[in-house]
Design a protein around this ligand. Structure first.
Ligand SMILES: Nc1nc2c(ncn2[C@@H]2O[C@H](COP(=O)(O)OP(=O)(O)O)[C@@H](O)[C@H]2O)c(=O)[nH]1
Ligand SMILES: [Mg+2]
Length: 193
């Protein structure tokens, strides 16, 4: 077995309100890093971190699970946790051993009660928030980000801004500007007659 120096080890906890996509993201990260050759799904009951018969039956995590992957010479131990309130004990255990936290937010629902719970339990850790499920109908990156800043303070800063959200913000600003500013002295001629 390959040995790693302590500086090359990272324990990353995945936390969120139930159903925001932690198990699916763990599976995708494992697949991307080459730790697994086929990406399983929660619905099919074949993910790496949900293996307990209860988890397969309910299609949700009920206990924490550790899944290692190697990335750029570092061993990253992903700690997938359950998101439902009945299992917060597992969340606290994971927060105790993790070096950092990845907190997932549903892009449709925004921060939820479970997000507040994991935010409190990971206060001692460096945290990266992931606005997930951006492919879903009515997903709204901007509004999720605004709610996060409102709830957890201005310390929440976007490191990556999806181009679709950026374009939306730009077009909204342009519409507002057009609606509120006086007509230009030099109107842009229309291409159509
Ligand atoms: N549309 C969409 N569905 C997702 C995404 N990530 C997870 N899901 C679905 O959301 C449900 C809950 O996901 P799961 O990974 O079990 O969430 P967890 O409870 O946070 O571990 C499952 O049915 C997933 O297939 C995503 O990015 N987009
Ligand atoms: Mg899960």
């Amino acid at each position: 077995m390959k040995e790693y120096a302590p500086a090359q080890l990272r324990n990353v906890g995945l936390f969120s309100h139930g159903g925001a996509g932690k198990t699916t993201l763990s599976e995708a990260l494992l697949y991307r890093a080459g730790a697994i050759t086929r990406m399983g799904s929660v619905v099919d009951g074949n993910t790496t971190t949900d293996f307990d018969p209860d988890e397969l039956k309910r299609q949700m995590s009920v206990s924490l699970a550790v899944a290692p992957l190697e990335w750029q010479g570092h061993k990253i131990n992903l700690i997938d946790t359950p998101g439902y309130a009945d299992f917060y004990g597992e969340v606290s255990e994971a927060a105790r051993v993790a070096d950092s936290a990845l907190i997932l937010i549903d892009a449709v629902a925004g921060p939820q009660v479970g997000t507040d719970a994991v935010w409190k339990r990971t206060a001692h850790l460096p945290r990266l928030l992931v606005i997930n499920k951006m492919d879903r109908e009515n997903s709204d990156y901007r509004s999720a980000l605004d709610s996060l800043r409102e709830r957890y303070g201005k310390g929440v800063v976007p490191l990556a801004f999806p181009i679709c959200a950026a374009l939306w913000t730009f077009s909204k600003a342009r519409r507002t500007w057009r609606a509120t500013s006086p007509p230009s002295q030099y109107p842009i001629p229309s291409r159509r007659p």
